[in-house]
Design a protein around this ligand. Structure first.
Ligand code: DX5
Ligand code: ZN
Length: 213
């Protein structure tokens, strides 16, 4: 299982060493939760923090853009060092034209669906996507409980991606503990995001446990 720690729950005063612990545990990438206070009722980081993370690791950085207008800001995050913007189909923009533009500019992208959004909504944008991110909580806050309905969606996505021989990795985000990560793995997920599970314990050990699933 690939593990993408969300630094939202790291001790930000020790960000460099928190990141180093994740790398030591075998993290595959890092997940940056960008919230604008409109698309979700919470505010988190801007490009400057992404620049700081970039200076700490060479691993891929995913920018999970929980924004009303990802079109306006995605390039700022890429310029700050993010590798893969993750675009919500629920953002009130033209998702198709945005992901085509990102691809055309030579960048990878991921497509994200909220718990109440059916998989079908992601399918028009999945062919060139690197990641299909299935939310297993309502976005906005870390530390929420895993929504079990996500498991069926992971299975459905696994079948679709395999049947159509697509490249997209299936990633799951929200409420992922060791036990839930195993359930996601069994359903066909490739990557798990985790914030509170990883950073509320021994970081290296917990990333290691997840990545050995
Ligand atoms: C939710 C974010 C998640 C979340 C993960 O809005 O997208 O990445 O913070 O946190 P945990 O793992 O604590 O659910
Ligand atoms: Zn996220």
């Amino acid at each position: 299982m690939k593990v993408s720690p969300s630094i939202i729950s790291a001790k930000l005063e020790y960000l460099g060493s928190e990141i180093a612990k994740c790398v030591e545990g075998g993290a595959a990438s890092f997940h940056l939760d960008v919230m604008d206070g409109h698309f979700v009722p919470n505010l988190t980081m801007g490009p400057d923090l992404v620049k700081a993370v970039r200076r700490c690791t060479d691993l891929d950085l995913e920018a999970h853009l929980m924004l009303q207008n990802p079109e306006r800001y995605y390039k700022d995050f890429i310029d700050a060092g993010a590798d893969i913007p993750l675009i919500h189909v629920e953002s009130p923009i033209n998702t198709g034209s945005l992901v085509r533009r990102i691809s055309h500019e030579g960048y990878r992208y991921g497509i994200v669906i909220n718990p109440e959004t059916p998989l079908e909504k992601a399918l028009p944008f999945i062919e060139d996507a690197s990641i299909l991110l299935i939310m297993s909580v309502h976005p906005g806050f870390s530390g929420q409980k895993f929504i079990e309905d996500a498991v069926g969606k992971i299975r459905e996505a696994r079948m679709y991606i395999d049947d159509h021989k697509l490249q997209a990795s299936i990633e799951v985000d929200g409420g992922v503990t060791l036990e839930k990560a195993q359930v996601c793995r069994d359903a066909g997920a490739d990557i798990v995001v985790s914030a509170s599970y990883i950073f509320s314990g021994n970081v290296t050990e917990r990333v290691g446990l997840l990545s050995r699933l």
